[in-house]
Design a protein around this ligand. Structure first.
Ligand SMILES: Nc1ncnc2c1ncn2[C@@H]1O[C@H](COP(=O)(O)OP(=O)(O)OP(=O)(O)O)[C@@H](O)[C@H]1O
Length: 233
């Protein structure tokens, strides 16, 4: 399976954020999206998650089962955790499991209690989410990734509000996901060591295409030229 993005363009309001954006994320690898505030990282992730249509270009998940829609292949965690504050932590997770899961036959998913233990929230399941700390809410959002199996994780600043142990936990979860053939795209301002990965500086890409009004990256042929570099481990 691989995520293939070609000639993607995005406009928010009157402003074009980027165009001519192309990259590929192979199974077992991560793409780390960086760039200054307002560069368009969240906007790109929303396009990849199918939450907004691109102005131009294509987004394909090659090799995915034809029986599943694109949306059924994706876990998306945005800036906001989208918890129901009045419900308990465990009930929130049950909601997401029921919404995102595809039945009891899923291979490596955890149950609600086990997922909460995994993210360090063991014993807090009965608490309303409203009383959880910011970091605990983020941990609960990460637990969503564990209760339903989806090959493509799209994560917007996943380590926001996480302490150092939770950041390490996130890194381990992300690496385990790619190690078993999953794909991951994460926007971040913090360094993330996600194992086999590429990086994309979306601000630099926009600057290049602004200098070259005919569009595309400087060499004009390599759709993967948006990658700012590669760090494998
Ligand atoms: N609904 C909207 N209408 C108009 N402009 C928008 C809308 N949503 C976002 N924008 C603008 O699009 C630009 C890109 O926003 P985006 O959230 O994608 O940036 P970002 O790179 O994720 O930034 P940050 O690092 O601050 O999270 C910003 O200038 C923002 O103000």
């Amino acid at each position: 399976m691989r995520l293939v993005v070609r000639e993607l363009a995005c406009r928010r309001g009157a402003r074009e954020l980027f165009r001519g954006l192309g990259f590929t994320v192979e199974a077992g690898r991560a793409l780390v999206v960086t760039g200054p505030n307002g560069a368009g990282k969240s906007s790109l992730l929303r396009l990849l998650a199918g939450l907004a249509p691109p102005v131009a270009g294509s987004i394909r998940l090659e090799g995915a089962p034809e029986s599943d829609t694109f949306g059924e292949q994706v876990h998306y965690l945005g800036h906001l955790d989208a918890h129901k504050l009045a419900l308990s932590a465990a009930d929130n997770l049950r909601f997401w499991r029921d919404l995102l899961g595809r039945g009891p036959s899923q291979g490596s998913v955890l149950g609600v209690e086990a997922a909460m233990e995994e993210v360090g929230l063991g014993g807090l399941g009965a608490l309303p989410v409203a009383v959880l700390s910011a970091g605990q809410k983020r941990r609960l959002a990460l637990a969503r990734l564990l209760v339903a199996e989806r090959p493509l994780w799209i994560l917007d600043e996943p380590t926001t509000a996480l302490d150092s142990s939770a950041q390490a936990l996130f890194t381990a979860l992300a690496r385990a996901h790619t190690a078993k053939g999953g794909l991951l795209v994460a926007a971040t301002h913090a360094p993330l060591d996600l194992g086999p990965s590429e990086s994309l500086d979306i601000g630099a890409h926009a600057a290049r295409t602004a200098r070259d009004p005919d569009g595309g990256d400087p060499d004009g042929v390599d759709p993967d030229a948006a990658f700012a570099g590669e760090a494998s481990s």
